[in-house]
Design a protein around this ligand. Structure first.
Ligand code: GLN
Length: 287
């Protein structure tokens, strides 16, 4: 009967199966995995929705469905995730870029003139650095990560997308040449309080712990990002950080204590405090 499985029937079967397994967005997930198994895009599925599939294609799809039901994130199975309109390759070496992180790019861009400079601390897949570099091709963008494996992914993404980014291996500001100052610093470092890690969704627990674990209060890395920023920012420069909702008060306060002229938290579309934006005194050179 295998020859009677069409995309339409497979999707109709998989959707409730995924729903029963607690998989988010069951229909979309089924479509993404089927398109991946067939080597086509999602639109193509609907053009050929009545065309029976061959055994190798079915076997590929079944394997993906099994792994997804077992808790592997969809983006690791398809090997890709959209971020800010760009298709990034992702695998278990890097955190999967989240849609809410696009807000970091949106808030940073007005402070990054053509010909300006940006620093991304803890770049992972390269998402933030690449999005900034592609939006401001004349800007000089530097990205740092502690994980050499993550940097391999980030470098390949930048090359594939034609983004010019200088990647440096090391700990936060450590590998950045002394004396360099930036118009903008962005960071989505690990910020989950360690005690919350065991309670994270099973999919998130498949992601690198190094990209998630922010220590007891989640602020281990963010504290150091803030402390080092004033010496690395131009006058009027901007620091944009993603954070945990519990950092709503503490992170802006840390920024003010570190010498920023102003600092405020921002909420995402779901209403969760997600970002802190801090500005140095003075007028930005490009403003
Ligand atoms: N947003 C991620 C989560 O929800 C955390 C990412 C991070 O620590 N930078 O788990």
């Amino acid at each position: 009967m295998a020859d009677l499985w069409t995309p339409l029937k497979l999707l109709a079967w998989t959707q409730p199966f995924f729903a029963g397994k607690g998989v988010d967005a069951p229909r979309l997930t089924a479509e993404l995995l089927l398109a991946h198994a067939l080597g086509c895009d999602r639109v193509r599925l609907y053009l050929d929705f009545d065309k029976p599939l061959g055994d190798p294609e079915l076997a590929r799809y079944r394997e993906l469905v099994k792994r997804r039901a077992g808790g592997e994130p969809t983006a690791y199975l398809t090997g890709a995730r959209e971020f800010f309109g760009h298709r990034l390759a992702v695998d278990p070496r890097v955190l999967i870029p989240r849609p809410e992180t696009e807000q970091v790019v949106e808030l940073a861009l007005p402070a990054l003139p053509e010909g300006g400079s940006a620093l991304d601390l803890g770049t992972g897949s390269g998402a933030l650095a690449i999005a900034l570099a592609l939006a401001r091709p004349g800007a000089s963008v530097t990205a740092v990560d502690l994980s050499p494996e993550a940097l391999e992914v980030a470098r390949a993404n930048a090359a594939a997308l034609g983004a010019t980014v200088t990647f440096l291996a090391g700990d936060l500001y450590g590998p950045v040449a002394a004396g360099l100052r930036f118009d903008v610093i962005v960071s989505n470092p690990p910020y989950v309080p360690s005690g919350e890690l065991p309670g994270l969704q099973r999919e998130v627990r498949r992601e690198p712990r190094l990209a998630l674990d922010g220590g007891a209060d989640g602020l281990d890395l963010l504290r150091r990002v803030v402390a080092g920023a004033p010496a690395r920012l131009e006058a009027g420069g901007l620091l944009v950080m993603e954070m945990h909702e519990s950092h709503l008060e503490s992170l802006p306060a840390l920024c003010r204590a570190a010498g920023f002229a102003s600092a405020e938290a921002r909420r995402d579309l779901a209403g969760l405090p997600r970002l802190t934006l801090a500005r140095m005194a003075g007028t930005a050179p490009g403003a």
